[in-house]
Design a protein around this ligand. Structure first.
Ligand SMILES: [Zn+2]
Length: 68
């Protein structure tokens, strides 16, 4: 069924990822990787801005690993 497009593409700029060195990445270059990372951080920032405290993450006053 999936015989359409075997070429993976960079998730940022959609360049074809051809070759072994792309077998473990979804980005054509370090630059695109950073662009995608930046998008991620922006989204996360926006979600937190919209405000919900207490879903996921550690409470600020609990210091994990300092119990003893
Ligand atoms: Zn790219």
């Amino acid at each position: 069924m999936a015989s359409g497009d075997p070429v993976r593409r960079c998730v940022v700029c959609l360049s074809p990822l051809v070759g072994e060195r792309f077998s473990r990445t979804s980005f054509c270059s370090e630059r695109c990787r950073k662009i995608d990372l930046g998008r991620w951080l922006n989204e996360e920032y926006r979600i937190r801005e919209e405000g919900d405290a207490g879903s996921g993450g550690f409470p600020e006053d609990a210091h994990p690993g300092q119990e003893e």
